[in-house]
Design a protein around this ligand. Structure first.
Ligand SMILES: C[S@@+](CC[C@H](N)C(=O)[O-])C[C@H]1O[C@@H](n2cnc3c(N)ncnc32)[C@H](O)[C@@H]1O
Length: 222
């Protein structure tokens, strides 16, 4: 058995370790979702998913699906038809996602334990969703390139992103938030919007929520 010292692990391995731990002790997930207004019944998840314009028999990819917080809303559209592909590097998160699928009797779910930037699907993809992840995935530009590449023409991509609040009053809170977020590999200093716009040409939908600390964004492959 090879035991890696902390400083020898790369970012992906550290992220895996953190989210494996979080999935085993889901209280972190619950608190995070509660304060972030991103529970599995969250209005904002509903908007992000409604924007995907899903139909029965569609193939939908939930990138960095974690424990499957988006599944219930996606299945309202798919009605257990087509395919919901959940991808995550955290095996423990996928175990929890598998349990969730079993509990609800969803049989159209395929879970893949892989770094998304290395994923090679064997079918065309109608829509891609990613929530609370593009600020964490180390090679986020390659991930955005891949999202664009995998989508069918006119396919939609929706995301929930995390950001800092630009208002002066919130600046002290930003410093605190950046500090604690770094420990779970959240990087607020990425040009995600700009890069998505450069790939997709136009942002079709953008809405901030939770005092401007989160946003929903939707684009369509032209
Ligand atoms: C904050 S959690 C969000 C989980 C879920 N999307 C949600 O909304 O509850 C971030 C997730 O990104 C996953 N992740 C990070 N980098 C990844 C990568 N390169 N490929 C796949 N998953 C990744 C982590 O394992 C973790 O489950």
């Amino acid at each position: 058995m090879i035991i890696m010292r902390k400083e020898e692990k790369n970012d992906i391995e550290r992220i895996k370790y953190i989210y494996d731990k979080a999935a085993i002790n889901p209280i972190t997930y619950y608190l995070d979702a509660f304060f972030g207004m991103t529970t599995q019944n969250s209005l904002y998840r509903k908007i992000a998913i409604a924007n995907l314009d899903l139909k029965e028999n569609n193939v939908v990819l939930d990138l960095a699906c974690g424990t499957g917080y988006n599944f219930k809303i996606i299945e309202k559209y798919l009605k257990n038809t087509g395919k919901l592909i959940g991808i995550d590097i955290s095996a423990q998160s996928l175990m929890a996602a598998k349990k969730r699928a079993k509990k609800h009797g969803w049989t159209n779910i395929e879970l893949v334990n892989i770094d998304f930037t290395k994923y090679e699907p064997n079918q065309p993809i109608n829509a891609i969703l990613t929530t609370l992840a593009l600020e964490i995935i180390p090679d986020y530009k390659t991930a955005i390139d891949k999202i664009h590449e995998l989508l069918l023409p006119k396919g939609r991509f929706s995301m929930i992103g995390m950001k800092l609040n630009n208002k002066v009053l919130f600046k002290p809170l930003n410093i605190f938030l950046e500090k604690i977020s770094r420990s779970v590999y959240i990087d607020y200093n990425r040009d995600i919007l700009k890069y998505i716009k450069s790939k997709f040409g136009k942002i079709d939908f953008f809405k901030e929520f939770n005092s401007g600390y989160f946003y929903i964004l939707t684009v369509r492959k032209r």
